[in-house]
Design a protein around this ligand. Structure first.
Ligand code: 9MR
Length: 598
C-alpha cells in the first residue's frame, strides 16, 4: 500500500466517521424536540433591519452560545442564549438569541451547537418592502370580473372569472321594486378567500383596513408601485386596488331603499377549479344591519379619502358619501336585522350554504359607521344616535367586531373636530394606550417573545390575523404616543408571522424559505403552477379542526398543516391579508423609528 493510498484512505475514513457522527448529532437533536419537521431555530425568514432589534428563538432552550455566521459559515457575532421565563404552549422553555447590536447588512445564518442552523436571513434596510407590497398585490390576484394578464400577473395569469353582470335577486332579498329573480349587475370586487363568493361584511373590514393604511401613511403608500392595470394613473396603487372592490360594493346597495345585500354568492361552494370554469348561478341575498353599517362606514371613509382626487375621480367621493348616508338611514330604521342563514333557508330556496358571516350584535357596527360618518361630514348627530362607550372592552378587530375601527378613526382625526369634538375623546385615547400596554405586558416573558404568544385564545380560526391586528393596535398606539416601545412589539408580531413561531413557517405564500405551498385557495390549487399565488397570508394555527383534517399537533401554536383541504388553518382571506398588509407596510414606513436594541 503506498503512502498516498494510506493517506487518502485515512481521510476517507475520517470523513465517513464525521458523517456518521453528524448524523447521530442531528437525529438525537431532532428526536429531542421537533415540530412539523422544522429546524429548531425560529426567526423571521425575510430578515431584519440593520438598526432594529433582532431576535431568534431556539426551541430546545439549553444554555448555550449562539453564532451569527455568513453563508460561508464565517462567524461574525457571538452571544449567549437567554432562557425564556415562561414555557411555550407545549411546556418547554426556549432559548432566546438577541443580536440587535449586530448591524452589518448581508446574508446570514444563526448557528447553535446542538441545535443546528437556522434558515438563512438578511439584514438590510427596507427588508420587508417586497413582502409588504406583495400583500397588497395579492388583492389584484383576487379580482373577480377581469382576466389577469401575464404582464401584471406573471405565471399566475388567468382568464376572467365571474363577470357578475347577471346576478339574481334571491327570494330572501325580494322587494316590490326588485322581485325575486330580478337580474342585477354587480361586477368587480375581490373573491373573499379560497372561495369565489363576495361578502359585504368581510369586504367592509378588509377595504377599510387598506384605506386606513393609505390614510395613515400617505407618503409611503404613494411610493408603493404594484404593477396593476391602473398603475401610472396618478392615483396611488393601493387606492387603485381598493377601487376595484369599492365599485363592486357600491352595486350591493339597493338604490330603492339604501339597504345593502349581505353577500353575492353561489348557492353552494364551487369545486376546486379555476374561476372561469365556475359558472353556477349567483345571487344577492337578504339585506342586513351588519352589511349595511359596514358598507356605510367604508363609504364614509372613502368619501373622505377620494375627495383628494377630484380630477382623477370626478364625483366619486360624493357618490360614496351619499351611499353612506342612505345606508345609515336604512340601518337606523332596521337596527336589528341579523343574517341568519339557517332561518333564511327554512323560508326560501335555493338553500344558501356558503360562508355566513352571521353576527347578532350590531353595537360595534353602529359605533364604526357613526364614527366614520361623523369624521367625514363633521355632523355631530351621527354620534348622538349611538352609545360610543357601551362597556369597558377594547376588542381586537375581526369581521364581526369592528368597534376599534371607529375608535381609531376618531382618535386620529380628533385635532380637526373643533367645537364638535365628542367628550369621550380623552377616554378613547386613554383606552387605546391602555390596550396597547395590556398587550405588551408580559410579552418578553413568553417563549417566542411576542404579544401573539401570550394567550392560547389567540389561536382560533384565522389566528394569524390576530397577530396582525394586534400589530395594528400597537401601530395606532405609537402614532398616538410616539412611544417607540409599541413599534418594537409590532415588529415582534411581524417576526411571528414570518417564522418566529411554533411551527417555523413563514405564513405568507412566496416569502421566506419555508412558506405554505398548498393553501386552501382554488386558483393556487387549479392553475397548474407549482408555486401558490404570492403574498397571501394563511389562517394559521387553530386546534379546532373544523375541516376534519388532522393537524400534527393540537398544541395551540403548533396546530397547523400545509394542506389544501385544511381550510380551518390553511385558507387565505381578504380580512386576514389586510391587517398583515397594514402591519408590514406600516413597519416599512416607520423603520427608521425602530430602536436598535430591545
Ligand atoms: O373567517 C371566518 C371565521 O371567523 C369563521 O369562524 C368561519 C366559519 O364561519 O368562517 C370564516 O370565513 C370563511 C367564510 O365563511 C367563507 N369564505 C372563507 C372564509 C375564511 O375561511
Amino acid at each position: 500500500m503506498s503512502n498516498k493510498y494510506l493517506y487518502s484512505y485515512g481521510l476517507a475514513r475520517g470523513f465517513l466517521l464525521a458523517m456518521v457522527l453528524a448524523f447521530f448529532v442531528q437525529t438525537s437533536c431532532a428526536q429531542q424536540r421537533e415540530t412539523n419537521g422544522e429546524q429548531q431555530i425560529r426567526l423571521n425568514q425575510v430578515g431584519f433591519y440593520p438598526d432594529a432589534a433582532k431576535t431568534a428563538v431556539v426551541v430546545s432552550g439549553k444554555d448555550s452560545l449562539f453564532y451569527i455566521q455568513t453563508i460561508n459559515k464565517k462567524t461574525v457575532f457571538k452571544g449567549i442564549l437567554k432562557r425564556s421565563v415562561k414555557p411555550d404552549f407545549a411546556g418547554n422553555n426556549t432559548g432566546i438569541a438577541e443580536f440587535g447590536t449586530y448591524r452589518k447588512p448581508g446574508k446570514y445564518i444563526l448557528y447553535v451547537p446542538g441545535a443546528g442552523y437556522s434558515r438563512p436571513f438578511e439584514i438590510k434596510k427596507a427588508v420587508h418592502r417586497d413582502v409588504a407590497g406583495a400583500s397588497i398585490k395579492a388583492y389584484y390576484y383576487m379580482r373577480a370580473s377581469i382576466p389577469l394578464e401575464e404582464k401584471y400577473a406573471g405565471k399566475w395569469h388567468r382568464a376572467e372569472g365571474h363577470p357578475d353582470t347577471n346576478v339574481l335577486v334571491h327570494p330572501s332579498a325580494a322587494t316590490d321594486k326588485r322581485s325575486a329573480g330580478t337580474v342585477i349587475s354587480s361586477p368587480r370586487g375581490w373573491y373573499d378567500a379560497g372561495d369565489y363568493n363576495k361578502y359585504v361584511v368581510n369586504s367592509g373590514i378588509s377595504t377599510s383596513t387598506l384605506l386606513s393604511l393609505y390614510e395613515d401613511f400617505p407618503a409611503y403608500m404613494g411610493s408603493v408601485k404594484l404593477n396593476i392595470p391602473e398603475s401610472g394613473n396618478n392615483i396611488p396603487d393601493i387606492l387603485n386596488e381598493v377601487l376595484w372592490n369599492l365599485r363592486w360594493m357600491l352595486t350591493m346597495q339597493d338604490p330603492n331603499d339604501g339597504g345593502v345585500y349581505h353577500k353575492l354568492t353561489n348557492a353552494a361552494f364551487d369545486k376546486f377549479e379555476m374561476p372561469d370554469k365556475a359558472t353556477a348561478p349567483r345571487y344577492v341575498v337578504q339585506k342586513g344591519t351588519a352589511a349595511t353599517l359596514d358598507f356605510a362606514a367604508v363609504m364614509a371613509q372613502s368619501g373622505r379619502i377620494f375627495s383628494k382626487f377630484p380630477k382623477e375621480l370626478p364625483g366619486l367621493a360624493d357618490s360614496c358619501l351619499n351611499a353612506a348616508k342612505t345606508a345609515w338611514a336604512w340601518a337606523a330604521k332596521n337596527p336589528d336585522i341579523a343574517y341568519n342563514q339557517e332561518a333564511m333557508n327554512q323560508k326560501f330556496s335555493p338553500r344558501i350554504t356558503t360562508g355566513a358571516y352571521g353576527d347578532r350584535n350590531f353595537s360595534d357596527e353602529f359605533i364604526w359607521a357613526a364614527s366614520e360618518l361623523f369624521v367625514s361630514t363633521q355632523n355631530p348627530d351621527y354620534l348622538k344616535q349611538i352609545n360610543l362607550l357601551p362597556d369597558n372592552n377594547m376588542p381586537i378587530p375581526s369581521w364581526g367586531q369592528v368597534r376599534l375601527l371607529g375608535y381609531y378613526t376618531l382618535i386620529k382625526n380628533s385635532s380637526s373636530f373643533g367645537e364638535n369634538a365628542p367628550k369621550e375623546i380623552p377616554e378613547l385615547k386613554k383606552r387605546l394606550l391602555g390596550l396597547a400596554d395590556d398587550l405588551i405586558k408580559g410579552a418578553d416573558e413568553t417563549a417566542y417573545q411576542t404579544v401573539m404568544d401570550k394567550s392560547a385564545r389567540n389561536f382560533n380560526w384565522g389566528s394569524n390575523s390576530n397577530a396582525a391586528n394586534q400589530g395594528v393596535v400597537l401601530i395606532q398606539a405609537y402614532k398616538l404616543s410616539n412611544d417607540a416601545r409599541y413599534l418594537r412589539y409590532a415588529l415582534d408580531n411581524l417576526d411571528y408571522i414570518l417564522g418566529r413561531n411554533g411551527t417555523g413557517y413563514a405564513y405568507v405564500t412566496g416569502y421566506g424559505s419555508r412558506s405554505p405551498m398548498h393553501p386552501h385557495h382554488r386558483p393556487s390549487f387549479a392553475d397548474g403552477v407549482v408555486d401558490p399565488v404570492p403574498g397571501l397570508l394563511v389562517g394559521g394555527p387553530n386546534p379546532g379542526m373544523q375541516d376534519h383534517i388532522k393537524v400534527p399537533s393540537t398544541v395551540p401554536d403548533e396546530a397547523y398543516i400545509d394542506d389544501d383541504r385544511a381550510y380551518a388553518v390553511n385558507e387565505i382571506a381578504i380580512n386576514w391579508n389586510a391587517p398583515f398588509a397594514y402591519l408590514a407596510n406600516a413597519i416599512e414606513a416607520l423603520q427608521d423609528k425602530l430602536k436598535p436594541v430591545n
